[in-house]
Structure formats: structure tokens, C-alpha cells
Design a protein around this ligand. Structure first.
Ligand code: C5J
Length: 227
């Protein structure tokens, strides 16, 4: 497939699917389902459902185009040795990271709540990247994976827009990647933060990235394949 033209803001972006990775951030039960980390912080987790179908569209399009797909999961080792005390102590949640909950221990690797929601489950061979922080580059081998794959562009979606999606796009931008937020495939517990979060990325001529949507990405890939 030759260069694909993606409608995006602040400007269209040409990308090579062979050099582009789709990064799906933290579509985990702990954030999207009742009884997990998101709800312990007092959030209405149902708001994140808005990103599920658009993420499915992105995932299906990426798979059909043979693109590198990376699923991230925020979480910690069972002994919490990789969890900064300042992160565990933060706020006044009903349960803290590591406490037992209805989906197992909160935000702990291997627990049911840490897993990716069934509707977006990784296919065999897709990269599943465990990250202890908000950004997908922090304390992970993502940079090595992208370098080995010859990747220069990231299509980023998932949750939450203003936290882990933003942090990952900022990290990627600083490392020289062209980062596109797939806006409707991102969601937040705070609709206003979602809206403004996307505005921030594309402001000032695309100060740290581009914003597009799932239909545009799927349509652009399909059009390029048919050409
Ligand atoms: C948060 C995330 N919001 N995946 N994590 O703590 O955005």
C-alpha cells in the first residue's frame, strides 16, 4: 500500500501504514467497568464506553491493513515494587492500588481487572505492553519495539484522553514520532477534559500532534487499498 492521506486537524497527514503503529491505550476492565480503579476514584466509568466501538473500528482497519498494533495496560507488579509510593498514596480513593476488589486487586498485573475488555481483546501476535506509568514510553520497551519496526507515526486511541493518551502522545512527539489522536476512539471521565484535551494537541499548528477520527482512518486505509 502506498502513502495514505488521512483527513486530520490542523492539516491532513500522509502516512505509510508499514511505518505506522496503532497504539490502543489502557482499554482495561479496571478503567471501563464498575469495581475497578476508575470507579474507586469516584468516576462514572460508563462514560468511557463511548470509545469502545470507535476503537473496534480502528483495530479492524489496522488489522486489515497489516499495521503494527500495540495494546497497553497500566498496572503494577503484585508486590507493588514498581508503584511509586506517591502514586499509591494519591487522592482519597475508596480502594488504593493493590487493594482487593470485585475484579481482583486494583491495577495489579494478572488480575481480572487489569485485563483488556473482551470487545477489544488483543489477537495472537499483537503487542501487549505493560506500563507502570501514564505514558507508554515510561519504563517500557516501546521505543525499542517502534525502532525495530521502522515506525515513524503513531495513531493513538483509548483512555483516558487527558491522562494516558495525552502523556503518550507528548512522550512520542518529543521522541520524534508523528502522533495522531483518533479523537472519537478516546474518552474521559470528564467530557470537557476530552474536548479540550483534543484541542490542545492540534492547537498552534499541531503543537504536539494531529487529531483525526476512526471513520477517517478506516476510510483512508480502505481507499488506499482499493486504489
Ligand atoms: C488514568 C489512564 N486515568 N489510563 N489512567 O489514571 O488514563
Amino acid at each position: 500500500m502506498s502513502e495514505v492521506q488521512l483527513p486530520a486537524e490542523p492539516a491532513p497527514l500522509g502516512f505509510d501504514p508499514a511505518r505506522t503503529a496503532v497504539v490502543i491505550i489502557d482499554m482495561q476492565r479496571d478503567f471501563l467497568e464498575p469495581g475497578g480503579f476508575g470507579e474507586t476514584l469516584g468516576n462514572d466509568v460508563s462514560l468511557l464506553q463511548a470509545a469502545v466501538v470507535p476503537c473496534q473500528t480502528v483495530l479492524a482497519a489496522a488489522r486489515a491493513a497489516g499495521m503494527l498494533v500495540i495494546h497497553t495496560r497500566e498496572g503494577h507488579r503484585a508486590d507493588l515494587s514498581d508503584a511509586p509510593p506517591a502514586k499509591i498514596a494519591r487522592g482519597a480513593p475508596s480502594k488504593r492500588i493493590g487493594d482487593p476488589g470485585p475484579m481482583g486487586r486494583i491495577l495489579i498485573r494478572g488480575e481480572p481487572g487489569h485485563d483488556i475488555v473482551a470487545s477489544l481483546y488483543p489477537a495472537p501476535g499483537e503487542v501487549v505492553l505493560d506500563k507502570p506509568g501514564k505514558g507508554a514510553f515510561h519504563q517500557t520497551d516501546l521505543a525499542q519495539i517502534l525502532q525495530n519496526g521502522g515506525i515513524d507515526t503513531l495513531m493513538v486511541c483509548g483512555v483516558t484522553t487527558e491522562v494516558c493518551v495525552h502523556t503518550t502522545i507528548r512522550e512520542g512527539n518529543d521522541r520524534g514520532y508523528r502522533c495522531v489522536a483518533i479523537g472519537d476512539a478516546c474518552a474521559s471521565y470528564f467530557p470537557e477534559f476530552h474536548r479540550v484535551g483534543l484541542e490542545m494537541i492540534k492547537a498552534q499548528g499541531g503543537i504536539f500532534g494531529w487529531v483525526s477520527d476512526s471513520a477517517c482512518l478506516a476510510g483512508a486505509l480502505a481507499a488506499a487499498k482499493a486504489a
